[in-house]
Design a protein. Sequence first.
Length: 251
Amino acid sequence: MGWWRPSRRAGGRASAHTRWDAVRRFLLRRRASARTRGVAARVAGLRSLLGGGPRPEFREKLRAELMGAHAAERAAGRHTAGKHAAPPAAPPRPRRSLLVRLRPLMVFCALLAGMFGTGVRTYHAVPGEVLYPLKRMAESTVLDLAHDEEERAKRQMVAARQRAAETASLVDRATPERRRLIGQTLDDMETTTRAALSRVTRQGRTDGGAREFAREQRNLVEPLLPKLDRENRDKANQYLSYIESFTGSGR
């Protein structure tokens, strides 16, 4: 028997323990082969008793159920993977043109230019124009911000100069409405001038600034006398008589 031969690699005679192990493995293999043949025979007998295996209808139904369960598992797996998948990347934003990028700056410049133009027009506005009330409101605010009597007198002199310049602008295009506005402007000029020079007088001196102001006002108002109507000419002459005392060396 081939299984009884000792191994040449071991070199020499096999021990008794090794021989008995080989015998035991051989017997176990033969017993397992006999048992397997017995089980196969029993299965063949049961198959013959059952009529040759499951019916074709049962096989088709079972196959359809298995395929449906497999498809449901695959669909559930795709749904779960979709939930945890990263959101799709947003499409790249198109690059804005140079005109679009400069639009805020252009709007700011337009607003700034509009504000500057409005300020200039307000400064040169004359009685009867839309922006003239805004001009007078700004002058009133500047007067209220004066920190002492001397500063307030200087700002009132500036306002009186503005009234003289406005009168000159109104005289060039005299109409009945313009003549009424000229009278109001002359009244405002005289009121502002008296307030400024009264403050200077209360300080006990008539400085060079007051004399220069009086001379400038005389030079602005005297050329207007031939262009004024009788009523406004009388107002202008009364104004010139008042400031004449401040044009000399002192009072």
